[in-house]
Design a protein around this ligand. Structure first.
Ligand code: SF4
Ligand code: SF4
Length: 332
């Protein structure tokens, strides 16, 4: 039987040792139901999750809640919304207690004197043209000024089918702003015309993502195995979907048999009581889900499957490293 030691040489063994010491336990929190944009295809609004619960307004309750989450074993808080920067006091309750990542549209700058090393991920849905169609404005013009050169910020670039052949232009602008970028794919939750994927487009976007990684290795935080997994939805002959997804809230996970999953993972609504089904939306068809974090986690929780060969295990390590870099558990 293959083991980690038998498959890896010294340098890969060292990389493996570094990530296996991390023991990341993440959960996701809706900081607010409000947002200063309304993007077409936003899973939060299109699934009406903003109406699932009313926001907890008592700041003291947020502090108590975060303390309980820490005691529950969570060591990475992923803040989403709505737009978390509309409620910085709530963000601070997390940041003061545990490693925290804040997903934002970048229109409001996180004050660095108050949150010096908080990881910030700015959503970007394409170039100026796409952003205007899908989000109503060129968000990059504002977010890139707000965060230029910030060492704790990267763009979470959601590639749409319309971006094929034009991804490089966007990456170059991000590189020019002195920022990093991670790539994921649009799930067309609101069926906007022209924004759905076909198999052919998936093949093309995979090649383009690989090319970007080769052209901008210092800027793009990614790896080719992730590109393969997210564009094909296949891993070791298995297909991604409800029966495989690792990012389902633990208490709501009634699947039988239960797949390998994120331990203690929960996605909380902003009343701090309601739990959502998963890291995206309860109304999304899992068969079309292209959520990047769920695909990454799918690889990460299936280490044993990757003990088939040295290459498989190296692929697994690269995905794990990518995840750890995105949340700054290891340096870029
Ligand atoms: S900025 Fe984010 S939360 Fe706000 S509408 Fe757009 S996708 Fe949704
Ligand atoms: S929508 Fe995506 S993230 Fe949610 S359960 Fe389905 S596959 Fe998983």
């Amino acid at each position: 039987m293959n083991t980690v030691s038998s498959l890896l040489d010294d340098s890969w063994r060292e990389r493996y040792r570094r990530i296996s010491a991390l023991n990341i336990r993440s959960s996701i929190y809706d900081v607010t139901n409000q947002c200063n944009l309304r993007c077409r295809g936003c899973f939060f609004y299109s699934s009406r999750e903003h109406e699932a619960a009313s926001e907890e307004m008592d700041l003291q309750k947020w502090h108590e809640f975060v303390g309980n989450e820490k005691a529950r074993g969570v060591n990475l808080a992923i803040l989403i919304g709505g737009e978390p920067t509309l409620h910085l006091d709530r963000v601070a309750a997390f940041y003061q207690t545990m490693p925290t990542y804040c997903a934002t549209n970048g229109q409001i700058k996180v004050p660095r004197d108050r949150f010096p090393d908080m990881m910030v991920g700015i959503s970007l849905w394409g170039d100026e043209e796409d952003e205007k169609v899908l989000r109503g404005k060129n968000t990059f013009a504002v977010s890139s000024k707000n965060y230029e050169g910030d060492p704790y910020t990267y763009y979470l670039y959601t590639i749409t089918p319309k971006q094929l052949g034009r991804i490089g232009q966007v990456i170059r602008k991000i590189d020019d702003a002195g920022l990093k970028v991670h790539l994921q794919l649009l799930t067309n939750d609101e069926q906007v015309d022209g924004y759905s994927w076909t198999e052919e487009k998936m093949r093309d976007v995979r090649l383009e993502m690989d090319e970007m990684l080769e052209c901008y290795p210092q800027t793009v935080i990614s790896c080719k195995y992730y590109h393969e997994i997210i564009t094909t939805g296949k891993m070791m002959g298995r297909s991604f979907g409800w029966s495989e997804c690792p990012s389902v809230t633990e208490l709501l996970d009634s699947r039988n048999p239960r797949p390998k999953r994120l331990i203690r993972f929960t996605r909380w609504a902003s009343d701090l009581k309601t739990q959502h089904r998963c890291c995206t939306s309860a109304t999304r068809d899992c068969g079309t889900c292209k959520d990047g974090a769920a695909h990454m986690s799918w690889v990460m929780v299936n280490k044993r499957e990757h003990l088939k060969s040295a290459k498989d295990l190296q692929n697994w390590i690269e995905v794990y490293e990518m995840f750890a870099k995105l949340y700054r558990f290891i340096p870029w």
